[in-house]
Structures are given as C-alpha cells and as structure tokens.
Design a protein around this ligand. Structure first.
Ligand code: T3D
Length: 263
C-alpha cells in the first residue's frame, strides 16, 4: 500500500486508518479511494486486527469526492460518475459493512457527500461537537451515493432522509445524535482519545460474536421475522462454538474477568 493519502497504524489490536489529504478537506481522489479499500481489506485479513478506527487529519473529516478530479474537461466532456461510484465508493461501503470486526469512526469536522456516508456506514460514530454532516450531493445535481439511499432512511426514517438529502443543510453533531444518525457528540479535544479507547475496548471483546451481530443487523431490514429468527439460530450456533463463549461463561462462573481472543 502506498500509505500516502491513507495512513494505517496497528495499535493494541486496533487498525487506526487516517484520511490524510487535509489541504482539500480529505476529499477523495482515485488513489485515496484505492488506499482506503486496501487498508480495510488489510484489517479484514489480519488476525491481529480486532477492531478498526476511521479518523481524519486536519479540520475536516472528509468533503467527499474531489470535485477537481471529476470536473468537465476542456471540451466540456464529463466523466462517467457511475464508473467512479462502482470502482471507488461502492467497494468502500461494502467493505465497511461486511467486515465482521467493529468499525469505529471519529468525525472531527465537516463530513460531506461520500465523506458523510462513509462515516455513517461505520458501526459506532463519534463526532466532535463542532463537526457537521452534509448530504451535499443535491447541491451539484447528484444523488446520495456511498450507501446514502440505503443507510439514511434506515437510520432516521424516510421523512428526515428526504429532507436531509433534498435540502443539503449542514446538520450539527448534536442534531445528528438527536436524530439517531450517529452515536455520540463529544468535545473536540477528547474525540480522538475517546474513539481510540472505545475501539481498543472493542478489540478486547468477543469479536466473533460482535461480527455475527453485525451480519445479522446488515440483513435484518430485508428479512422477515421468520428468516431473521432462523439466521439468529445459525449465528448463535457459531457464536456458541467459539473460544470466546467458552471463556465468557467460565469467567462468569469463576467470578473473574474474561480474557477474549477473538476466536
Ligand atoms: O465521482 C463522483 O463525483 C461521484 C461520487 C460522488 C460522491 C460525492 O462525494 S459528491 C459530493 C462532493 N462533495 C461536495 O460537493 C462538497 C464540496 N465542498 C463543500 O461543500 C464545502 O467545502 C464544505 C461544506 C465541505 C466545507 O466548507 P468550508 O467553508 O468549511 O470549506 P471550503 O472553503 O469550502 O473548502 C476548503 C478548501 O477545500 C477549498 O480549497 P481552497 O479554496 O482552500 O484552495 C475547497 O475548494 C476545497 N474543497 C472542499 N471540498 C472539496 C474541495 N476540493 C475538492 N473537492 C471537494 N469536494
């Protein structure tokens, strides 16, 4: 991995992935999208990675697509944005939602367009109180990609999802918490430490069970109750066969702190 626009550091079982194009508010060019895909794939592959933390350098979290890269050329020709979504953004959202490890996101400043929806795809989102979320797409005639049309109605309901995307107004971190869009708003100075502490904590937890829980949540909106109950049965069979279940139960009975290994 080039490690130019995305930094990736492993600390205490947490892959800390940093968006690193602060001069353009961490907006995505092609290389950065590829590097983020590679960093998440690396986290999925490596057994020592038990949780991921997505964060950003500078004053912004991410301003979405780098618009300089997709502007009309000198002849007025436009790039195929569907192809960009297919190659750059869809793989990122699929990777975040399908990795069966917890993904924490620390939103330090503005999260706009694909930048907002990449944050919202993460499992637990903390944001600085000064941060804000903008579904910026409609301002430039686009649709809310990067999972926006899937995630937003599920997170906040259709009425709010429609208003947020049609109006493209900035939503403060505290409003985002009130709407159920994100988990928590914290003081800016405490954001990184709090998010890292949370990710490190998750990395010590029974991550097989957490991963299976994520799998079940992913499918729950498109399954019937009957299908979901059947899936819970299967996933509980897997969770119940894990070393972490054995350890959790024995630790409880022996009145000691459990030591989970993610197996
Ligand atoms: O390929 C495809 O297009 C399909 C996929 C689309 C996915 C998308 O994400 S579409 C949405 C793209 N993003 C946007 O439309 C957001 C554009 N940016 C803004 O609306 C504002 O910059 C913000 C609300 C994010 C922040 O506003 P503010 O006032 O805090 O900062 P600013 O002054 O506007 O920006 C600071 C600099 O960053 C500025 O450069 P300069 O003047 O200092 O040289 C600005 O041009 C640059 N910048 C901000 N966003 C982008 C950007 N440069 C390139 N691309 C950007 N998205």
């Amino acid at each position: 991995m080039a490690d130019k626009f995305i930094l990736n550091e492993l600390r205490d079982g947490v892959s800390i992935i940093t968006l690193n194009r602060p001069d353009v508010l961490n907006s995505f060019n092609r290389a950065m999208a590829g590097e983020l895909q590679a960093a998440i794939a690396d986290g999925a592959r490596r057994g020592e990675v038990r949780a991921l933390l997505l964060r950003a350098e500078g004053r912004a979290f991410c301003a979405g697509q780098d618009l300089a890269e997709v502007a009309p050329d000198s002849k007025g020709n436009l790039p195929d944005l569907g192809e960009i979504v297919r190659r750059h953004y869809n793989p990122i959202i699929r990777a975040i939602r399908s990795i069966e490890k917890p993904v924490v996101c620390a939103v330090n400043g503005v999260a706009a367009g694909a930048g907002a929806n990449i944050a919202l795809a993460c499992d637990i989102v903390l944001a600085a109180k000064e941060a804000n979320f903008v579904q910026a797409f409609s301002k430039i005639g686009l649709i809310p990609d990067s999972g926006g049309t899937f995630l937003l109605p599920r997170l906040v309901g259709l009425a709010r999802a429609t208003a947020l995307t049609f109006l493209a107004e900035k939503l403060s971190a505290e409003q985002a918490v009130e709407m159920g869009l994100i988990y928590k708003a914290v003081d800016a100075a405490a954001l990184y430490e709090e998010a890292l502490t949370l990710a490190k904590h998750l990395a010590t937890q029974p991550t097989v069970g957490l991963g299976l829980t994520k799998r079940l949540f992913n499918q729950s909106f498109s399954c019937s109750l009957e299908e979901q109950l059947n899936q819970e049965e299967q996933c509980q069979r897997s969770a119940g066969a894990s070393a972490d279940y054995r350890e959790g139960v024995m630790a409880f009975l022996e009145k000691r702190k459990a030591s989970f290994t993610g197996r």
